[in-house]
Each structure stands twice: as structure tokens, then as C-alpha cells.
Ligand binder design. Structure first.
Ligand code: SAM
Length: 226
């Protein structure tokens, strides 16, 4: 078997065991998870763990999220294919690549320039040309391209950042972890006119959203994992 066949098999197994087996049912999401070569988004020394059921370190005390959590958050966005999506927390660029299969356009914001540059290079080398990587404090959103049909925050917020609610289109979905620094609840907010309906989905553990509408940099504990 070639290396490429092995990787395709590893992705298929990841989808069957970690996603379908745990209730992810959206066929478009499963196809996207099968399509994106996750091993190209993890540091070379983590390559043999790329399809493992776990988050992995990507440097700068940050992580690429567990594949199941990527699939779950993506499914919760209920993408139809015609949306402009905003992601806060580019990290490795993997979640943005998954979103690019399912939406018209993806804007993704990262506060650490080195991670943003690396993700931009990988995404562009792989031909993901409907994704734009920007550097900045995503807790303030990205007003210039609002409103967004969907917003996903892949870092933990102490509470829902008000600018993100304002930048959500009517009928849009906002998915994010909300809570304390050591543990949060994954929430989905749905905009209906000026009203927002909130659903609590699952307990999760994310690195903190650091910024004006997140945690301040000096509130961060020494080390982080998930
Ligand atoms: N989605 C990423 C992926 O697919 O690899 C994983 C994201 S990682 C769990 C969280 C990321 O959020 C980190 O790269 C971190 O630097 C970033 N982050 C934290 N606060 C931020 C902020 N205010 N604006 C933008 N990015 C932020």
C-alpha cells in the first residue's frame, strides 16, 4: 500500500470511528473531514498522530483541536454552501480548510502572526482559495465583511463577545466555547431578528480567547493543552 493510500485509510477510519460512531450525521461534513489532509496541518514531529482522537500541540502554546470537536462544531454551523463564514482562531488552518469545502467564503482571524503566516502558506499551497487568513483580535470580529451566515470561535470566551452577535446575519449561527479558562460549554447561538436563541451542546476544554472581549493576556495560566 502506498503512503497516500495509508493516509486515505486513516482518514476514513477517523470518520467512521470518531465521527459517525459518535453521532455526526451531516454527510457534507463527513465528506469534508474525509477530504482534508490533516497531516499537512500538524507539525512534522506530530505527523504520526495526525488522525488520532486528540488535540495536538502546534507551537506558541496553541493546539489543533481534536478531529471530533472540529466535526461537531462544523455540523452545528448548519452550512448550506452559500454562506460567508468567520472563524476566530486560525491556529493551524485545519478548521478553515474544512469550512472552505462547505461555505462560499471563509475569513479566519488569528492573533499570533507566526501561526497566521504558516496557516496562510499551507492553505494557499493546497489551493484553498476561498479562505482569507488575517491577523488581529478576533474577539472584536471583522466588521468589514459582516454580516456572516455563520461564526465559529475555536478558543474559549468568558462570555459571548458582543461584536460577534452584532456581526451575525439574521438566521445565522454562532458556535463557541463559553466558560472558565479550565473548562467550558460548547454553545450555539442562533439569531432571529434582534433575538438570540442559545443552546448548550457539550462540555469542552479550549485554549483561551485572548483579547478585548476575551481574557487579558496576563490572566492566562502557565500552560495549556486542549
Ligand atoms: N481552529 C484551529 C485549528 O484548526 O488548528 C485551532 C485553534 S486553537 C484551539 C485556538 C487559536 O485561537 C490559537 O491559535 C490562538 O492563538 C487563537 N486565538 C486566541 N485568542 C484569539 C483572538 N482574540 N483572536 C484571534 N485568535 C485568537
Amino acid at each position: 500500500m502506498t503512503k497516500s493510500d495509508e493516509l486515505t485509510r486513516a482518514r476514513q477510519r477517523m470518520v467512521d470511528e470518531q465521527m459517525r460512531g459518535r453521532g455526526i450525521a451531516d454527510l457534507h461534513v463527513l465528506d469534508a473531514m474525509r477530504a482534508v489532509p490533516r497531516h499537512l496541518f500538524v507539525p512534522p514531529e506530530q505527523g504520526n498522530l495526525a488522525y488520532a482522537d486528540a488535540p495536538l500541540p502546534i507551537g506558541h502554546r496553541q493546539t489543533i483541536s481534536q478531529p471530533y470537536i472540529v466535526a461537531l462544531m462544523t455540523e452545528l454551523l448548519e452550512l448550506q454552501g452559500d454562506e460567508t463564514v468567520l472563524e476566530i482562531g486560525t491556529g493551524s488552518g485545519y478548521q478553515a480548510a474544512v469550512l472552505s469545502h462547505l461555505a462560499k467564503r471563509v475569513y479566519t482571524l488569528e492573533r499570533i502572526p507566526e501561526l497566521a503566516n504558516q496557516a496562510r502558506d499551507v492553505l494557499s499551497a493546497m489551493g484553498y482559495d476561498n479562505v482569507e487568513v488575517l491577523v488581529g483580535d478576533g474577539s472584536q470580529g471583522l466588521p468589514e465583511h459582516a454580516p456572516y451566515g455563520a461564526i465559529i470561535v475555536t478558543a474559549a470566551a468568558p462570555k459571548v463577545p458582543t461584536p460577534l452577535k452584532k456581526q451575525l446575519a439574521d438566521g445565522g449561527r454562532l458556535v463557541l466555547p463559553v466558560g472558565q479558562q479550565m473548562g467550558q460549554v460548547l454553545e450555539r447561538w442562533r439569531r432571529q431578528g434582534d433575538d438570540f436563541k442559545r443552546e448548550s451542546v457539550a462540555p469542552v476544554a479550549f485554549v483561551p480567547l485572548v483579547g478585548e472581549h476575551g481574557w487579558s493576556a496576563d490572566e492566562r495560566p502557565i500552560s495549556w493543552w486542549a
